[in-house]
Design a protein around this ligand. Structure first.
Ligand code: FES
Length: 632
């Protein structure tokens, strides 16, 4: 696999232009490199729509929040993207299609943008000039003068005492020039001078294995910084159940996990602010999504009974909490908003995915699969929505795999096997490990080449393989292994291998997802060919090769053109709820619309799970799958 991709552009002159660029180059930069003018009115900041293109051919990269804000979900679904925000991941053909009425920095209003998502974060900053009370006979106060200056923007005149403690001095410092900040109509901050241009928010997705966040400008929707880290709770349990077990009936352990999560969020806020050169004191709203366990731990809610049947959450509704109560480092009276929880193991992250993928508004049946340590899946349309979750474990995130790693520099991401094995590594460096998408592709290629059989066992029939491939089957410390990169070529000084145990971990993970989707299809009475689109979500860090995912039976057997990689849909849902109160409230409506299927309580699930363990075409599953179930 090369690290370059070809971009073809349908020119206005009717000619096709083409250019080869490094993978990851934005469409805008590539087009300019090809000598094709694409307007970039806002300077490629995702703040206008002048660079809009339609992807005519090739995979459609996941939308960014700017795509959704500027173009609207409909256009995003119809393969429109902002050229300045969209990175090329494979050969692609585009047609520049700026909206006719495009006039620069306009974000809201106007006919052509009615489909765009309205920016209404609930945070409003207003510069005001306020005169202090002048007469000794006054019937007014400093605060009243401020509230009066704000007029109808204020819907409640109540304030917390700490907001007004130093108001008298502020009011008189610069001739009454102040900036007032309101959240949902309530006064939450008063600053001296005009700071109305500095209004930010953070969106977080707390996963079992990793935590990602983004800093957004609440006036424009622009993403100013993207940050992420490994969930520091991981040493206390790799998956949800072990994390719950650690905290179960042990309040001290719960506090320890909570402290780890809060530290991670505060570190990420600091990092994002440093990257974007903004002050955390101007972050007024933080939206956090995560699975039910992460949500509860962050809020310090006892998870003891979440780990016991019937796995009921303690609370389900969306919450708005003062950030200082957690505490998170933001503006003194910033708020943290959570999204609702559907069930014990279908959390606010799943709601966020439904929000961003908009399957609730689809006329046809769509499936959303959020692949993470805890896989969450939703099937349906505007008629009906059904959700479930399945414990996939951390294999897709590179954990519990001998040489597993996240999708970072040095991770094997693509593999080809002919008369030998060829690995493509992120960044073109010497390999130091393998990421989740690489693991999927490795198993797909190994299955095709006969290195592993349908039950997932490494073959003993070495003679049937090309000699160079056969030599890679070695005996390791804990049994048979397959060498992907020899130690002399690796960046680790040792062989990068896949062990039989690694393959078993992948089988358990992929079958959890496969059988979960199969159960949802069964519930809805839908065959794979009746699914209009499968949206693959999750923070793999790299793009999963969908053909490989279908081949290994991670995803249902359906045409690959109908499988779309949607990126981190949970984070995007959090971003949408951050930027739009209407989206945040929509999550509440969705809570009442989505039905939940508890897989563990379904006697037919076991059969689906066993069938999902096998590799390759369903025809090859059969008896082999049973043997696997015994071997695990
Ligand atoms: S140039 Fe303005 S959004 Fe791309």
């Amino acid at each position: 696999m090369t690290d370059t991709v070809e971009l073809r552009i349908d020119g206005e002159d009717g000619r096709e232009h083409s250019v080869t660029v490094a993978r990851g180059t934005t469409i805008l930069d590539a087009a300019h490199g090809a000598g094709v003018e694409i307007m970039a009115t806002c300077g490629a900041r995702g703040r206008c729509r002048s660079c809009r293109v339609k992807l005519v051919d090739g995979a459609v990269p996941p939308p960014s929040v700017q795509d959704t804000v500027q173009l609207g979900p409909e256009a995003v679904r119809e393969r429109f993207r902002l050229a300045c925000q969209t990175k090329l991941i494979e050969d692609t053909r585009v047609r520049p299609a700026p909206p006719k009425s495009e006039s620069g920095y306009q974000i809201l209003g106007g006919k052509a943008v009615t489909a765009a998502m309205a920016l209404d974060s609930g945070v409003e900053k207003q510069p005001i000039v306020v005169q202090p009370p002048k007469s000794e006979h006054h019937q007014t106060s400093d605060l009243e003068e401020v509230l009066n200056a704000l007029g109808t923007s204020v819907t409640t005149r109540e304030v917390v005492p700490d907001l007004v403690r130093d108001l008298a001095a502020k009011l008189r410092e610069r001739k009454g020039q102040l900036t007032a900040t309101l959240f949902r109509g309530r006064l939450v901050d008063i600053e001296v001078g005009d700071t109305s241009g500095q209004v930010y928010g953070m969106a977080f997705d707390i996963g079992t294995t990793s935590v990602v966040g983004s800093l957004l400008d609440l006036r424009t929707g622009e993403e100013l910084a993207a940050v992420g880290t490994i969930n520091p709770q991981a040493p206390f349990g790799a998956d949800l159940m072990s994390r719950i077990a650690f905290a179960q009936f042990k309040p001290k352990n719960l506090q320890l996990l909570r402290g780890k999560a809060l530290n991670a969020l505060n570190d990420l806020i600091k990092e994002a602010c440093a990257k974007a050169d903004v002050s955390a004191a101007h972050i007024y709203k933080i939206v956090v999504v995560g699975n039910t366990c992460m949500h509860h731990i962050l809020l310090g809610i006892d998870v003891s009974y979440l780990g016991l049947a019937p796995y009921a959450p303690v609370i389900r509704d969306a919450q708005t909490i003062p950030a200082a109560d957690l505490p998170l480092k933001a503006a003194p009276r910033a708020h943290v908003c959570t999204l609702p929880i559907l069930a014990g193991f279908v959390g606010a992250d799943a709601l966020a995915c439904v929000l961003s993928t908009r399957i609730y508004d689809s006329e046809e049946i769509r499936v959303m699969v959020d692949i993470g340590t805890n896989g969450e899946m939703v099937i349906g349309s505007r008629e009906r929505l059904v959700a479930c979750s399945a414990p996939a474990g951390p294999a897709f995130e590179g954990a519990q795999i001998r040489h597993g790693m996240r999708g970072a520099l040095g991770a094997i991401e693509r593999i080809a096997i002919d008369d030998d094995v060829h690995c493509s590594v992120i960044g073109g460096e010497a390999a130091v490990g393998i990421c989740g998408s690489g693991l999927i592709e490795a198993c797909a290629r190994m299955s095709e080449a006969g290195v592993i059989n349908a039950s997932g066992a490494l073959t003993r029939n070495v003679e049937a393989l090309p000699p160079a491939v056969g030599r890679r089957l070695v005996k390791g410390e804990h049994g048979p292994e397959f060498v992907l990169v020899w130690g002399a070529e690796s960046g680790k000084g040792e062989d990068i291998t896949l062990t039989q145990g690694d393959i078993r971990q992948l089988q358990l993970a992929k079958s959890a997802i496969f059988s979960g989707v199969a159960m949802l299809q069964k519930e809805m009475g839908v065959a794979p060919d009746e699914i209009a689109e499968l949206l693959l979500c999750g923070g793999f860090g790299n793009y999963v090769d969908v053909a490989s995912a279908v081949h290994i039976r991670l995803l249902p057997e359906m045409p690959v053109e109908r499988i779309t990689y949607f990126g981190n849909a949970a984070l995007m849902g959090a971003q949408m709820a951050l930027l739009s109160e209407a989206e945040w409230r929509r999550a509440d409506d969705l809570l009442n619309r989505i039905e939940h299927v508890a897989l563990a309580a379904r006697p037919d699930f076991q059969d689906l799970f066993i069938a999902g363990m096998s590799f390759g075409a369903p025809g090859r599953a059969g008896a082999a799958a049973e043997k696997v179930a015994v071997a695990i």
